[in-house]
Design a protein around this ligand. Structure first.
Ligand SMILES: [Zn+2]
Length: 153
């Protein structure tokens, strides 16, 4: 959080307290550059996004799962970790936006978002992801496959 006095970006949290409504968090912070103390208010993460699988079962959206599949597709490509991280952030944001009102999204839709982002980023990574993903019923099955491939390297 940026210090309102010196613009420093590093601070430590002195105290955290959720407000009575339960929807936001108040934090007392101290800037590590100039020692200025200030208060921030943050919205507490809303209900977790659920992913509806093809067989209609629902699972909590997990960034880590997504990350494993994407890292694998981007392996040995000239793509920085920062770029990959940012892309995953975008995918997560987009999934959350789509599922905002009902807190759920289909796994197919998640797969489509990933493919769209990979396509824009790197065609080889896209083809790798797509060629495996398309054979599977949903992204979870794909990720399981990816995980098992990883062991065989
Ligand atoms: Zn400061």
């Amino acid at each position: 959080m940026r210090c309102p006095r010196c613009d420093g970006i590093e601070d430590k949290v002195l105290e955290s307290r959720s407000l009575a409504s339960g929807e936001s968090l108040r934090r007392r912070r101290e800037c590590l550059s100039c020692g200025y103390r200030f208060t921030s208010y943050e919205r507490i993460e809303e209900k977790r996004l659920m992913v509806i699988k093809n067989d209609k079962r629902r699972e909590v959206f997990e960034r880590e799962k997504l990350e494993r599949g994407i890292q694998r597709a981007c392996e040995k490509r000239n793509i920085s970790q920062v770029t990959i991280e940012e892309m995953i952030n975008d995918i997560e944001d987009e999934a959350a936006m789509i599922g905002k009102s009902v807190h759920e999204i289909t796994s197919r839709k998640v797969g489509e978002i990933v493919l769209k982002k990979l396509y824009a980023l790197d065609r080889v990574a896209y083809v790798r992801f797509a060629s495996v993903y398309r054979q599977f019923k949903d992204v979870d099955e794909f990720v399981r496959e990816i995980a098992s491939l990883k062991g065989g390297d």
